[in-house]
Each structure stands twice: as structure tokens, then as C-alpha cells.
Design a protein around this ligand. Structure first.
Ligand code: GUN
Length: 298
């Protein structure tokens, strides 16, 4: 079984991103800048946002986190977004999800300048993606594609099954795996919580991408021998016997599925690292589009 090691793959792409940034800096350009907005103090969101900040700085970007209390109103958050849209040195920014219930995620996403939308969540970016036009792609599905590319997984004509229909992962993943590109050209089936006999589909999958949010839902008996299995799940499961008080589990039962799959991502250390890498790639792309192209002879 080939371990689809996110550390190995993400390091490869991060080296390429850093060398591009070093090149721009050597020409006298300012570094790319990524801002993350976090509302409230959800532990997992705080971990992700800190990791995004750490990674961007390690690649030579500048980065900042804007922390707003969970009591912040929708209007206050929209005002922060309006300011970020206007700030020339902010090439890209993200608003960490989930947001408190009193704030409409859709309203927030639609307010982001789509050229700075390095999460690829704005309808303008999703629209361009579905049409196969250049756009900022959502970071997690993009990270999965980068993983498949790094490990040279053959995707042409394969049956890809995606479990999950979220705007962030499931929906864009199906669009990207079916497009006429590499990685892509798959025949794609989307499964979700109302799918009857999900194993009927998963057992026919050459490539299985699991983004159900249900810890260890995919077990060996649901996987076709030789399949490539990509686990997008990251759940914190309480465990008082470990220092942190919780363990990280994916949506795939790793120990059983590793016996039947030809390739499998670990959790942690798999897709999560690729998501960060996708975000870094998008920030570089936004910087090139919004700043470098408008200062051609600095
Ligand atoms: N919450 C879970 N995944 C993501 C992501 O990729 N971006 C943001 N902003 N929030 C998330």
C-alpha cells in the first residue's frame, strides 16, 4: 500500500511556492500578504488559522489574524470585509468557517472581493471553476488534486466516488475530478447522507474521496481492492487517556482499509496539510494577479 503522505507532497509544492516568492522579493517586490479572520474561539478553527499563519510566514509571506468575539454582529464582520477588500497590501484573505449561527456564511462569502477570495468560496470563483475557467479553487479539493498529481495517480476514465456534498469539499471535488484535465477525466458519482446502500457505490470506486464528517465510516468491506482512498475527514474525538484530551480521526478506518487499498492518505498528515498548501498556492496566485501584474516594471 502506498501511503499518500501529505507531508512529502506538501513540502514539494511549498518549496516551489517559496522559490517563486524569493524570486519576486529579489526583484524588489513586497511579499504576498494573507489575512485570516476568525470569529469566536472554536479550538479546531484556532488550530487551523494558526497553522495557516505559520505556513505563510515560513514561505516568506506576511500574515495576520483578525480575531473577533463570537458576539460580533453580522454587520461588524461585513465592515471588516469591506476594509480588507480596500486594503491594497492584502492580496488574499479567508474568513474561517464555521461562523456563529447569527451570521450568514453566504452573505459573508458574497461580500468578499472574489479576487482576494483565496478560499475559492465566492460564487464567482465557484462559477468559473464549474465552467472550467481560471479561478481561485477551494483549497481542500485543490489540495486533493495536488496530492493525486504528486503521487502520479492515474485518473483518466476512472470511477471516482465522492462521499459528501458540502460547498467546501464534496461539490467542488466532483466538478474538479470530472473536468477535462489532469488530475481529472474521471467518471464521478456523488454520495451523501441520503444515499441508499452507499457501499454499492464505494465498492465500485477506483478512487474514493471521503468527506462525510463521520469518523471512520468507511471500512475495508466498503472498498474495492486496489482502490485509491483519500480521507478528507478531521474529527476531534475525546480521549482522556491522551495529553491533549482528544484524538484526530479521519472518515476512513485506516487500519482495516490499508489492507485493501492500493493507496491511502493518513489522518493527520494527509489532506489537511494539502489544504494549507492549496491556500498558499491561491495566495501566491492572488498576489501575482492583483499586485505583480499591475506593477510589471518595479
Ligand atoms: N473550515 C473548514 N475548512 C475550511 C476552509 O478551507 N476554509 C475556511 N475559511 N474555513 C474552513
Amino acid at each position: 500500500m502506498l501511503l499518500l503522505d501529505g507531508k512529502l507532497a506538501s513540502e514539494h509544492f511549498k518549496i516551489a511556492i517559496k522559490s517563486k516568492i524569493d524570486h519576486y522579493l529579489s526583484l524588489g517586490y513586497r511579499p504576498p500578504h494573507l489575512t485570516a479572520v476568525i470569529v469566536g474561539n472554536d479550538g479546531a478553527s484556532e488550530t487551523y488559522v494558526s497553522s495557516k499563519e505559520r505556513n505563510s510566514k515560513a514561505l516568506g509571506m506576511t500574515s495576520e489574524i483578525i480575531r473577533l468575539p463570537s458576539s460580533c454582529s453580522e454587520e461588524e464582520l461585513l465592515n471588516v470585509i469591506d476594509e480588507l477588500n480596500l486594503l491594497a497590501h492584502v492580496d488574499g484573505y479567508i474568513v474561517q468557517m464555521p461562523l456563529p449561527k447569527h451570521i450568514s456564511a453566504n452573505k459573508v462569502i458574497e461580500r468578499i472581493d472574489f479576487k482576494k477570495d483565496v478560499d475559492g468560496f465566492h460564487p464567482m470563483n465557484t462559477g468559473h471553476m464549474f465552467k472550467g475557467l481560471p479561478s481561485l479553487l477551494p483549497a481542500t479539493p485543490m489540495g486533493v488534486l495536488m496530492m493525486l498529481e504528486y503521487f502520479k495517480i492515474d485518473t483518466v476514465g476512472k470511477h471516482a466516488v465522492v462521499i459528501g456534498r458540502s460547498d467546501i469539499v464534496g461539490k467542488p471535488m466532483t466538478a474538479l475530478l470530472s473536468r477535462n484535465a489532469y488530475p481529472g477525466n474521471c467518471t464521478v458519482t456523488m454520495c451523501h447522507s441520503k444515499t441508499v446502500n452507499v457501499e454499492k457505490y464505494t465498492l465500485d470506486a477506483d478512487i474514493l474521496v471521503v468527506a462525510s464528517g463521520i469518523p471512520e465510516m468507511v471500512t475495508a468491506d466498503m472498498v474495492k481492492p486496489g482502490a485509491v482512498v483519500v480521507d478528507v475527514g478531521i474529527s476531534r474525538i475525546e480521549n482522556k487517556n491522551v495529553d491533549k484530551g482528544y484524538e484526530i480521526k479521519g472518515d476512513v478506518h485506516f487500519d482495516s482499509v490499508k489492507e485493501v487499498a492500493s493507496a491511502l492518505t493518513p489522518v493527520p498528515g494527509g489532506v489537511g496539510l494539502m489544504t494549507i498548501c492549496g491556500l498558499m498556492m491561491n495566495t501566491l496566485q492572488a498576489y501575482e494577479e492583483n499586485y505583480i501584474k499591475s506593477h510589471p516594471d518595479l
